[in-house]
Design a protein around this ligand. Structure first.
Ligand SMILES: Cc1cc2nc3c(=O)[nH]c(=O)nc-3n(C[C@H](O)[C@H](O)[C@H](O)COP(=O)(O)OP(=O)(O)OC[C@H]3O[C@@H](n4cnc5c(N)ncnc54)[C@H](O)[C@@H]3O)c2cc1C
Length: 298
């Protein structure tokens, strides 16, 4: 519920906050209604200020990275959405690589190989911002965030800065225990390699992904986690004959069955209904219960 009080609180920082900002265009799905309040803080002080204002106004806060793992409700978000894209900066300090949560992940992957830092090719082909990797321990069969991360600088919902070491995130298959805090900077371990070799490795992984995933379509990556070691959600969905099956404008990809694409002006409801159908069909036909990897905001 947005009260007049909420609006008045943000009046004090109107230069930072937009009202009814469309969100769909900020996601790879290109789906979703507006954010009642929206800001792109340019430094940690602004993150702390905005979070503190929202807390006083009892408004929920949503953190938006590159919007590449998100499905946003058609009716939008009745809270404050903070988009992290302006918190950028890549540098080496005390033998560690420091990266802003708002730096582009594909940009970091390229930059690391040109600097001769190994370990980042594993993220080739993954869109989004660097801070967006923490929630689901992004990565794949070549390794995940947990393998290269050292620590993260975070802002708590009370607007305080804190640092958490990699072990404190409980990283697992597409999960972590990050919930409330906002990542503002990630600090990575550094292992040196040869730039030309790292570039070749990155391009090879990109080539494999381009062959097997609908990278140029509108989607949010894999919809479901693999239900067990060695059991792939995509294979189960394919075996149920669901490739090409659609609801409204949303369709299960022919290239990779674990991707649902926005083929023709799909709504958030189309995607959600299709996700439910896929989940129910896989459960009844294979006995495996799929858990959703895409994060839904309403
Ligand atoms: C074509 C395609 C291929 C993909 N391939 C892969 C893959 O191989 N492996 C893989 O793991 N994923 C993959 N993904 C999914 C997605 O790209 C990753 O999960 C990515 O790391 C999400 O980053 P983002 O910035 O887009 O996060 P968003 O989608 O914006 O946000 C995801 C979650 O992180 C939270 N969040 C974002 N930024 C912050 C922050 N600074 N602090 C705290 N919380 C934050 C959000 O609130 C949300 O809960 C793919 C997606 C697409 C579209």
């Amino acid at each position: 519920m947005i009260s007049e009080l909420n609006v008045r609180l943000f009046d004090e920082v109107t230069n930072l906050v937009a009202i009814d900002e469309p969100l769909g265009r900020l996601t790879t799905y290109e789906i979703g209604g507006p954010a009642r309040f929206f800001a792109e803080p340019k430094n940690v002080e602004e993150v702390c200020l905005l979070v503190e204002k929202a807390r006083r106004a009892e408004l929920p806060v949503f953190i938006l990275g590159g919007g590449s793992n998100l499905l946003i409700s058609d009716s939008g978000i009745k809270g404050l959405v903070l988009r992290m894209n302006r918190l950028r900066g890549i540098y080496i300090e005390n033998g560690k690589l420091h990266v802003g949560a708002g730096d582009s992940l594909p940009g970091l992957v390229k930059r690391a190989s040109s600097m001769g830092i190994s370990g980042f090719s594993r993220f080739a082909g993954i869109p989004g911002l660097v801070g967006g990797m923490i929630r689901t321990n992004s990565g794949g069969r070549h390794g995940t965030l947990a393998d290269v991360l050292h620590s993260v600088v975070l802002v708590t919902r009370d607007g305080e800065e804190t640092v958490r070491h990699v072990e404190e995130f409980d990283f697992g298959h597409r999960c972590s225990n990050l919930s409330e805090e906002i990542a503002v900077k990630l600090i990575f371990k550094v292992e040196w390699g040869n730039s030309a070799d790292l570039d070749a490795e990155r391009l090879e992984i990109m080539k494999q992904k381009t062959k097997s995933q609908p990278l140029s379509d509108r989607n949010a990556g894999c919809c479901f986690r693999n239900p067990a070691e060695g059991i792939h959600a995509s294979k189960l969905i394919d075996e149920c004959g669901l490739k090409g099956f659609g609801v409204g404008g949303a369709v299960v990809s022919d290239e990779h069955a674990n991707f649902i694409c926005n083929e023709d002006n799909a709504t958030s409801d189309d995607v959600r209904r299709l996700l439910e159908i896929v989940k129910d069909t896989v459960l009844s036909e294979t006995g495996y219960e799929l858990k959703q990897e895409i994060i839904y905001w309403s």
